[in-house]
Design a protein around this ligand. Structure first.
Ligand code: TXE
Length: 479
């Protein structure tokens, strides 16, 4: 199954005709090839975007809205094909791709189809000066969108939808590890009547195709989701070129559980916040802190529930935990489990690779729970990004807050308590861009989304995203 770049509304081979193997992680085998694009391909994509920009940026909001709605509708209609492609490419359970990834990709387009028709700016009357100030929020031009492999179409469209809704044209690169649904999106955009060149999808490696996008002198803004180290590299390259940057990076999120919580809801949600998508979600609550009085009970109940999770092939409807995305990533996650004991950790459950019948070469790993006695260990300081959580107890609210914030990341936090004062006191002090209280991963797309500290710069979502993808201009008129 060879896929091609989508440039100027057409599917084309990479100019230098270089290709990369694409793996199916559930069986550990190559199932196709993708373009290993070079800067020549990025230049071609930029030219197409640049040529499309004058007319696209002058379309009415209703014209844009109706095309984005059509894309949203087509994604919905193609749910099964897209979900199977996503599951095959990423290793996640098909049930998850059907329930979360693909519906959210459709919602991303539908949300910004609606939002752009409501996006307004402000005017300021300079009283006494016979002057009025208008703020225009104009599209930037050609922008770059680069996305990771964990939620491929979900995060790819989360950037593309607001970018084109705001009137920009896009050079987009999905992760080379999970290119398939991005490829299928190109066909959907043509079917929806998106004018050629508005969206260009180029496949390839980060340090070549990706690097060509961030270094391109005329691609004026970069929206990136991925690892913190990569984000830092992108900032070093793009900042001196004065590009606008939105960096949604890694996380090492605390899940803080007080004895006064709704215990059963907490337990069932914590299974999800720990192991959904094989723990490969930047928002997973990978550091679990439990109030001392319920620590032993929680430990026992949590281990029991996790031991009942089924690790299996993604297309099996019984599967709760699928394959990790690649051999390299499985080895990275395993390397953290291997240092658990030397760090004074105790593996309460899991830790081993799983050999799944009929898919012995797949990248499967048990959901793993490690009890640690310090928040200073690597297991609690570094993003593992796999089905691995640590647990430790705390005595007081102050101690829990200190533990939660004592990490370089600041993306999200989850808090389980029914004490209102505690909720507000802790939510204000937690160093995070998102705080969930008595829930996890509940998402209202109007809200600002993003992290602080090593979790990134800028916010996505709602009007934050439309502001990122536009340039404000103040026009002051005296009369
Ligand atoms: O991200 P990368 P990966 C974390 C997680 C994971 C780590 C690496 O810890 O293990 O990041 O994952 C492109 N110029 N998260 O490898 O390398 C690359 O091709 C331009 C958290 O997926 O950052 C891909 O398309 N682009 C994160 C994208 O960047 C470059 C979700 C992400 O790749 C580039 C995923 C360069 N020099 C991983 N180098 C989250 N916050 O959700 C790479 N890329």
């Amino acid at each position: 199954m060879n896929i091609k770049n989508y440039i100027n509304g057409e599917f084309v081979n990479p100019i230098k005709n270089q290709w990369i193997d694409n793996y199916n992680p559930s069986i550990g085998e190559v199932y196709g090839q993708i373009p290993n694009s070079t800067e020549e391909d990025i230049e071609k994509a930029y030219q197409a975007a640049n040529e499309a920009f004058p007319s696209w940026s002058k379309t009415t909001l209703d014209e844009r809205s109706s095309i984005l709605s059509k894309i949203a509708q087509l994604i919905k209609e193609k749910l099964d094909v897209l979900a199977e492609a996503e599951s095959k490419d990423n290793g996640k359970p098909l049930s998850l791709a059907k329930a979360v990834d693909i519906p959210r990709a459709s919602s991303n387009f539908q949300f910004f189809a609606n939002a752009i028709t409501q996006f307004a700016s402000e005017a300021h009357e300079s009283v006494g000066f016979n002057a009025i100030n208008l703020t225009l929020r104009q599209p930037i031009g050609v922008v770059g969108c680069i996305s990771p492999w964990n939620l491929p179409l979900y995060l790819f469209t989360w950037k593309i939808a607001p970018a084109i809704a705001a009137g920009n044209c896009v050079v987009a690169k999905p992760s080379e590890v999970t290119p398939m649904t991005a490829f299928l999106l190109g066909e959907i955009c043509n079917e929806a009547g998106l004018p050629k060149g508005v969206l260009n999808i180029v496949h390839g490696l980060g340090n070549s195709a990706g690097q060509a996008i961030i270094a391109h002198p005329k691609i004026k803004a970069i929206s990136f989701t991925g690892g913190t180290n990569t984000g830092a590299h992108i900032a070093r390259t793009a900042a001196p070129m004065f590009k606008k940057l939105s960096l949604e990076l890694g996380g090492k999120n605390p899940n803080i559980i007080f004895a006064d919580c709704d215990y059963d809801k907490m337990l069932s949600t914590t299974i999800k916040s720990s192991f959904a998508n094989q723990g490969q979600i930047c928002l997973c609550g990978s550091r679990i802190f439990v109030e001392e009085s319920i620590f032993e009970k929680f430990k026992e109940d949590f281990v029991k529930k996790v031991s009942e999770l089924k690790v299996g092939i993604p297309f099996d409807s019984e599967t709760n935990v699928g394959a990790l995305v690649s051999k390299q990533h499985l080895e990275k996650v395993k390397s953290y489990i291997n240092i658990a004991e030397e760090e004074g950790g105790v593996i309460l459950f899991g830790g081993e690779r799983v050999s799944v019948n009929g898919a012995e070469n797949g990248y499967y790993l048990q959901p793993t729970i490690i009890q640690v006695d310090s928040n200073k260990c690597k297991l609690n300081q570094e993003e593992i990004f796999g089905p691995v959580v640590t647990i430790m107890s705390f005595k007081t609210q102050e101690e829990a807050l200190t533990l939660a914030n004592d990490v370089s990341y600041g993306l999200s936090a989850t808090l389980w308590t029914n004490n209102l004062n505690r909720t507000m006191q802790m939510s204000q002090e937690l160093q995070a861009g998102i705080v969930w209280v008595n829930t996890w991963l509940m998402r209202d797309l109007r809200t600002p989304f993003g992290g602080t500290k090593a979790s990134g710069v800028g916010r996505e979502g709602g009007f934050e995203a439309l502001r990122f993808f536009t340039e404000p201009k103040n026009i002051c008129i005296q009369y």
